[in-house]
Design a protein around this ligand. Sequence first.
Ligand code: ADE
Length: 229
Amino acid sequence: MEIRVHDLRSWTHDRHHVVDDMPYGGGAGMVLKPEPAFESVEALCRGPESRVIVLSPQGIPFTQEIAGELAREAHLILLCGRYEGFDDRIPRGLGALELSIGDYVLTGGELAALVVLDAVVRLVPGVLGDAASAQTDSFVTGLLEYPQYTRPPTYRGMAVPPVLLSGDHQAIARWRRKEAIRRTLERRPDLLARAVLSELDRELLAEVEEEDASPSEASMKNEKLTTDN
Ligand code: ADE
């Protein structure tokens, strides 16, 4: 693939290459003007094969599913904002997909564009060393990933779960699925609510909920850290 970076200021016509202006109606900050945005996208556009994306906190949430869709496109144009935002005619008039990478405000869309770029590019065939790994990623399967361990078997008093050393592949697969469900329940109940669960998954979820009803001392301590304040 080929990635190019363009300066919005190259599509201005004044001596100072101004790309922003004061907001109509008043208020703090500056707004990106429509002319350089439209002219830049029109100059870079290759026709219907080009998909225009605007990065902004007002966009729809960027997800793995959207990354998958974008990975199949031939040409993406990512437009980054600075200042207080875009004149609203920019995303509207360009027919752009407006994306946010999360509920926080960056000083500009550049890092957001890099995040989108990275998530999309690794889904393009041939980019990942092990093609299978993209298939088992969190969010593709709908659950967070199970905990992973490598050597040594005990480190600073923390032991690798014995089942992983057992060589019993069926028991390992069951343990991994159960721990994926546990993590998702604890950290991302919103994902678990949307996940498609098999009969075995429901059985594992019931086990996890049963275990959580009588939590260990260690998990109570962790709970405290996240609820104090
Ligand atoms: N620009 C500023 N904040 C952003 C965010 N959270 N996502 C996308 N673009 C942004």
